[in-house]
Write a protein that binds this ligand. Sequence first.
Ligand code: PLP
Length: 414
Amino acid sequence: MADKLKLDKSMAMFAEAQTLVPGGVAGIRRPYNFVQGEYPIFFDHGKGGRIVDVDGNEYIDYLCAYGPISIGYREEEIDNAVIEQIRSKGFCFSLTQPMQNELVHKLKELIPCCEMAAIVKTGSDATTIAIRVARAYTGRLKIARCGYHGWHDWCVEVKGGIPEKFYEDVIEFHYNDPDQLEDILKRHANDMAAIIVTPVGHPLAAEVQMPKPGYLEGVRQLADKYGCVLIFDEIRSGFRCHLGGAGALFGVTPDLATFGKAMANGYAIAALVGKREVMSVLADKVFLSSTFFPNSDAQVAALKTIEILQRDKVLDVIAEKGYKFAAQVEKVLAESGVPARFSGAPWMPFITFPKDETGLYKTLRTEFYTKLIRRKVFLQPYHHGYICYRHTDEDLDYTVQVIREALQELRSLI
Ligand SMILES: Cc1ncc(COP(=O)(O)O)c(C=O)c1O
């Protein structure tokens, strides 16, 4: 087994952070979401597909900042465009700058359901306003939801500090199970405001799922049948699976869709887009405003990112790299005899260990991800990764080799 990494500075910073910030660092970035004691906790810098922690360890990074990095870290063309905007015009004013219109024209050109858009900052902003719009438009209350939609009161998994009544009108359903969804819709027939679903299924710590043939079309039909607004939560899939979102890729058009993460290669921006008739409630009935929403720095970054995605056919390149990687990893997994599964091809690679009665899967998972991080491959045991444009063929080949070695070493445990 490779040696444990030297992480002294990360650990010292974390000890200090715990006296300053509850939990030391925010939510999903906490050490218990990785392998405690084996993963770094603070990064120093990154470039392309690589990151360097505060102890100087360099990794091939497949977490991509949990999704925003579609091209690569410190992408000069994008950073330069933002710097130019900051230096020549400024980006934070009391009124809106013209990039808003330019960006929405672009979104309209690319996203099939987009007749209008509202620009916000985070994915949670976008999904929360989507729900508010759907309720105002339909005059109904209940929401059927499937997937992680952010940290706000109506949908967060950890319910601490949230009155029960805030989520009792939100009913969860399983991905790829239209019958269960229809049961929910039947039960609340006249009170369903919206169905919100991630078009690609990515439940926490479980395999990434692609829609079964006819699934998304079926969800579309159910939304029409029960008169509710269909929302695709494209925060992870947008600008990664397809420029128009996974809905465009799979040929199903929702009424509303939320985009964020990969839209600006790391700059904080998200959008609610959708049909004019539904979006129009935002003009008078529904309030949406926040100090930083109109800032143009991230809008410039989004415009430049989208320009590069189109110009260099970035998403085709990512898909090509991702399929090649997937084929190699699947072969390695099959040869290893280790009970592990690969999912998420081509964009969101994930190696999971199916639950077993003895709980061995937990040991295999911990050991596997420990072996990876010690060999400087940065992935998260409970969350799928991402392929970005700047991952090189050498990075991907090295990673396949590391996975092969790690699985070989796991064989003694099964
Ligand atoms: C599908 C989906 N929706 C919404 C969100 C919330 O986005 P944010 O973390 O930017 O608030 C996320 C974040 O991971 C997400 O994956």
